[in-house]
Design a binder for this molecule. Structure first.
Ligand SMILES: [Fe+2]
Ligand SMILES: [Fe+2]
Length: 344
């Protein structure tokens, strides 16, 4: 008698069942789509278990993971100054700030996970250089004043961008942004205070502060992305309530905020076209160097290669810590299981 293995026999799919399954799936997608539209129209939140269109999910995965990578790579320019901060107080404030950025990265990787993208996959994209991050972090922090300019201008631009994201339609992203923004506002103030101290110090210190502002002003304004006419994805993101304001609107808001702050610092913003426009009720500002922006985005900025190499080295050198932590967690879980068996 030949051995029978019924579970290995190919089973012809029941054509009627296939059609029925397809019909049920189509019905679920239709109901999901209607509900999604309703949530967006009512300006409410989409949560991880809700049905969402593939493009909405993809857009969010891209935005949230790029944001997370920016926080992580963004630790490097200032991290480089922790050992050279001019006093113990400055050192501890800077350490706290850089550590906050690591935390922001982790909240955001978690938010990306809720969209069905594993953390390993997201890390891998940064490691292999496939993923993008904010191009501002490809510029060096050359002097202590640069730490001030990064805090004031870069974290300042980040807040301007991120405050409206607290209302992003995707729940985990919006909620992560609330905490991030609270910490970013501390970052901006510590940067402003570093520059204020320098600009009220010796002539050389004031010059160092001015030089830092001169170098970071343009790239900080470019953090909002290309002009609206060249930013085709913005419209869709705004229709989905992910983005609330266009790149140019946010850039203008930032310029209007920093002009009086620069005056209070006693420093000049390096733009001869910067002047108050009574009619518009805003400051006019000059054309930005978009060729430079796109070349940095493409990978030809001053430090693109160094930033990625440093990230890879840190990740490789930390592999043993992750392995040890995983082995310890396994050991703890096994011990708990044994204890549960013994007490049963
Ligand atoms: Fe941050
Ligand atoms: Fe920050």
């Amino acid at each position: 008698m030949s051995a029978q293995k019924p579970h290995l026999q190919a089973v012809e799919p029941d054509a009627a069942q296939v059609t029925e399954d397809a019909r049920v799936a189509a019905d679920q997608a239709r109901v999901g789509w209607e509900r999604f539209q309703e949530i967006i129209a009512d300006d409410k939140r989409i949560e991880p278990r809700d049905w969402m269109p593939d493009d909405y999910r993809k857009t969010l995965v891209r935005q949230v993971s790029q944001h997370a990578h920016s926080e992580i790579i963004g630790m490097q320019p200032e991290g480089n100054w922790i050992s050279r901060a001019p006093s113990l107080k400055r050192k501890s404030v800077l350490m706290a700030k850089v550590q906050d950025e690591a935390g922001h990265g982790l909240y955001l990787y978690s938010a990306a996970e809720t969209l069905g993208t594993s953390r390993d996959e997201t890390y891998e994209q940064l490691y292999t250089g496939k993923a993008k991050y904010s191009s501002i972090f490809n510029y060096p922090a050359r002097t202590w004043a640069d730490v001030g300019a990064v805090g004031w201008l870069v974290d300042g631009a980040a807040i301007t961008n991120q405050v409206p994201l607290c209302r992003a339609s995707y729940g985990p992203y919006g909620r992560a942004m609330v905490r991030v923004c609270k910490e970013e506002s501390f970052h901006q103030r510590q940067g402003w205070e570093i520059l204020y101290t320098l600009s009220h110090g010796t002539q050389a210190q004031k010059q160092m502060a001015q030089d830092a502002v001169d170098r970071f002003y343009g790239p900080a304004l470019q953090m909002f992305g290309p002009p609206d006419a060249e930013s085709p994805n913005s419209q869709q993101s705004m229709a989905w309530n992910i983005k609330r304001f266009s790149n140019d609107v946010l850039r203008q808001r930032f310029v209007d905020m920093i002009v009086p702050q620069a005056e209070a610092l006693g420093l000049t913003l390096p733009d001869p076209d910067l002047k108050w426009n009574e009619e518009r009720g805003h400051y006019d500002y000059g054309e930005l160097d978009w060729d430079e922006f796109f070349s940095v985005v493409k990978g030809d900025g001053p430090l693109n290669h160094q930033r990625l190499a440093h990230y890879r080295a840190a990740r490789d050198n930390g592999a043993w810590v992750r392995e040890a932590a995983a082995a310890y967690a396994d050991k703890q879980a096994a011990a708990q299981q044994d204890a549960a068996l013994l007490s049963a």
